[in-house]
Structure formats: C-alpha cells, structure tokens
Design a protein around this ligand. Structure first.
Ligand SMILES: [Fe+2]
Length: 454
C-alpha cells in the first residue's frame, strides 16, 4: 500500500477557533486531530506574538498545522468549529431585547415605547441582514473556506459553543458517566450550562442565557480593579487572596449579585448595559459599580487600596459559591458524582481548588484548555467518528525547534547566552541568586497556563 493511501484512510479533522464573523472573539487557535487524537495544536498568539489575538483569524496557526503535520487540503476530512449558526436566531432574540429595552418604560401603569428610536437602532446595527446571512451554515461554511484557502468541497462541521467546551473535558476525562458544567462569558446565547453525559451521549439539563453571565461579571470586576478584562482575571483571583470579608461591600452589592438556592443571579446588574452584539458596555458598568460601592474604580498602575482588595475577595467568593451551588445541584439531580468542567471561568484555579475540596463532586476533572482555545479540541472530539478515549496526558502539542534554530534566534535577539556544562546546577544557582530563569524545551505547550516546555 502506498504511503498516501495509508494517509487517506485516517480521519483527519482540523479544529479551528476562527474568532471572526462573530464565531467567538478571542484566543484563535487550530488543532489537528487524527483518528480522534489531538496530534498537533498551536494558538495564533504564539505565531503573531499578539496576546489573545482578539478578532484575528488563525491563519499563521493553520499554516503551522498543515506544514508540521505534512497535510494538504486533500487530506482533510472536515474543519470543525465550536459555534452553531443554527442558534443565531436565539441570539437575535436576545440582541433585539437589548436594543428595545432602553426605549421601553412603564409610566402610570401604561407601557411607553419609543418606536422610531428602536427602528433607527435596528437599522444602525444592521441586525436583520447580519442574522439573515449568518444563520445559514452554508454561508458560514463558504466564509471559513475562503479564510482557510481550503478546497471548495471541504466539509465544515459546527458544534454548539458550550457542547464543544464540555466535550473538550468529558472526552479526555476518563469518565464514562459524568455531570458536565460549562461557565464562560457567552457562547451563542448560553453563559452557563449543565450536562448529563453517558457513553458520549450529551443531554443538557440546564441553560442560563446572557446577560446572567459569571464570565462577564468577573471580567467587569477585573476592569474595575484596573486590570485588563478577558486576560487579567488571574490578577483579580490572586488579589482576592489578600482580602477579607467586608460587610459594607457585601451589603452594598447584595441586591446586584444574589444567590438563591442553587442559582446565582447577576442579571439585575448586567441588564441594560450592553454595547450591542451582546457585548458589555464596560464604562457604564464601571460607573454603576462605583455608585453601588461608594468608591472609585482603580486606574491602571495606581496603588491598590484595601477596599479594592476586599472587593476582589467578594468577587472571588461570590464566584466560588455560585459555581459550587450549581455543581451540587447537578450532582443531586443526576446522582452522578463525576464532574467535568470547561469554559473560561474554569481557568480560575483557586475556584477549582475550592470545588475539589468542598463540593459534592467525588471526582472532578477540568480541561486545562478551558478557555475558547479548547473549543478546537472539543468540537473535534465531539465530531470524530472514533469514539475511543483520548488521554490528554500532555499539552505539548505545538511546534518544536532544533538547537541551531534556537541558537540563531538568540543571536538575533542579542540576548547573552551560555552553554553550561551542568545545566541543572547552573539554573539552581541562578534561582538561588534571585534571578529569573526562562526554560525553553521541546514542543510548545498550548494554553494560558503553559508553564513548562517554553
Ligand atoms: Fe467559551
């Protein structure tokens, strides 16, 4: 049998997080799956050196994937995307509500509607044309093919955003039966979902929609604290560790962020503060928070006050309690004690620790690529016809470089370099002297928590 015939017999999928046309927004990436196994993957930010690469199609990552795996478009069975155009009409409903709400008021028990302003805004946002076009899988398929420079005939398969997230976790968790939880900013409309999963069959048991988003809640709190939202959330999490329960802050925020039984509710606060396209109006929300708290948001690089630190504590505590209640609800409802999780909010490792220690989950698995990077893996594993277990033992999935290439890069960078005789001892000495050591070895690691191999 010829080599290329062997290659054709394998099922080869490309998982892409496109980050254009409203198909997600940040962390563009591509992975290659062969026969249900992730064999290579890289984020666009590692290729173009722009952190999170918001709104950028992962062209460079795609080229890396095809080159490294020696693939042409003839070899690709399908491109898989963690977003479902068929759900765009549900999104339209929410976007219309967002547009209409500010122009509707209740005066003396009668409803007042400023119709002309509503129509004007609908025209301005081009909402009808946008939805007419993007609800069609075929239209989106053609756009993706064009961006990929793929063959006209290349198949594109879609997967609901939260389904791709949870498949990225369940399919590598080792559980045959599990409860799944996804918490993020927003998918198509969903911001939180719970799943019952048995033998690769997924049943959604709860969906919470925008604007009741814990991801948005944490992002806006991060901005309030002077850090970059959708990237600086780890700083809020770390700052919270220095804080304490502050009764005044809790009292001031108790009507905005509530917990009722199993369910959190941040929608009173998030509502009516949209900037269109179901995105937050960050400035309005910051002003709203300042009014509620009675102190100012922190400017970037300004000193951090005790009030800011205690606010971070409140935000982290509220998040942990919200997610633990949801997990306990799912465990009690299904009787299943294996829990797998994904979605950007599960990048919060402190929360994950508290879940492991205090929730009713006996076994808890978190996909390390929990942010939208993981959609590439999840959409691929969901659609693969090979439903065997793929053990995700390592995230070292990216390109690697020869010693010569590394040496050339060091010379170009003008960094001083040495080749120590005893590498381990030399590094240990540097650390003992208080120096910072960067370690670069083997394949590039995927994910925001990549701590080794580079
Ligand atoms: Fe997501």
């Amino acid at each position: 049998m010829k080599a290329d015939e062997t290659k054709r017999k394998r099922e080869i999928l490309l998982g892409i997080n496109p980050c254009i046309y409203g198909l997600n927004y940040h962390d563009p990436a591509v992975v290659v799956l062969i026969d249900g196994r992730v064999v290579f993957g890289v984020e666009e930010e590692r290729c173009n050196r722009v952190k999170h690469s918001k709104g950028v199609f992962p062209s460079l990552a795609l080229a890396e994937c095809l080159t490294y795996c020696n693939l042409t478009w003839d070899d690709i069975d399908a491109v898989v995307i963690g977003y479902e155009p068929a759900l765009w009409m549900n999104r339209l409903n929410l976007e219309l509500l967002d547009i209409i709400n500010p122009f509707v008021s209740c005066v003396s028990n009668s409803i007042q509607i400023r119709g002309s302003e509503i129509v004007e805004k609908i025209i301005r946002t081009n909402i009808v044309d946008r939805y007419t076009f993007f609800r069609s899988q075929e239209n989106v398929r053609k756009l993706i093919i064009e961006k990929c420079s793929a063959l006209e005939t290349t198949k594109v398969m879609f997967c609901e955003h939260h389904l791709a997230h949870i498949a990225s976790s369940y399919e590598v968790s080792g559980f045959s039966e599990a409860v799944g939880i996804v918490v993020d900013g927003i998918g198509e409309t969903a911001v939180t979902t719970l799943w019952r999963i048995q033998n690769h069959q997924y049943e959604k048991i709860l969906q919470i929609d925008y604007p009741n988003s814990l991801g948005y809640f944490y992002a806006i709190a991060t901005k309030f604290l002077g850090f970059e939202p959708w990237g600086g959330e780890g700083k809020t999490m770390a700052l919270a560790a220095y804080g304490k329960k502050n009764k005044e802050i809790a009292d001031r925020l108790k009507s905005a962020f509530t917990l009722n039984g199993a369910f959190y509710d941040v929608s009173h606060f998030m509502h009516n503060h949209n900037a269109g396209f179901l995105m937050m109006n960050e400035d309005e929300l910051i002003h709203e928070l300042e009014a509620l708290l009675g102190f100012s948001a922190r400017e970037k690089d300004a000193s951090i006050t005790d009030e800011h630190i205690d606010f971070a504590w409140f935000v982290q505590d509220y998040l942990e309690r919200s997610v633990i209640r949801l997990i306990n609800y799912a465990v009690q409802k299904t009787g299943i004690v294996n829990v797998c999780a994904a979605g950007g909010v599960f990048m919060n490792c402190k929360m994950n620790m508290v879940i492991r220690e205090t929730s009713e989950a006996t076994n808890f698995y978190v996909q390390p690529l929990s942010s939208d990077i993981g959609l590439t893996v999840g959409a691929g594993l969901y659609h693969t016809s090979q439903k065997h277990r793929f053990c995700m033992n390592s995230l070292d999935l990216g390109p690697e470089y020869s010693d010569n290439e590394i040496e050339e890069a060091l010379i170009r960078s003008s960094f001083k370099s040495i080749v120590p005789i005893d590498l381990a001892s030399t590094v240990a000495e540097f650390i003992a002297e208080g120096k910072i050591v960067c370690w670069f070895e083997g394949k590039m690691e995927m994910g925001a928590r990549a701590l080794g191999s580079r």
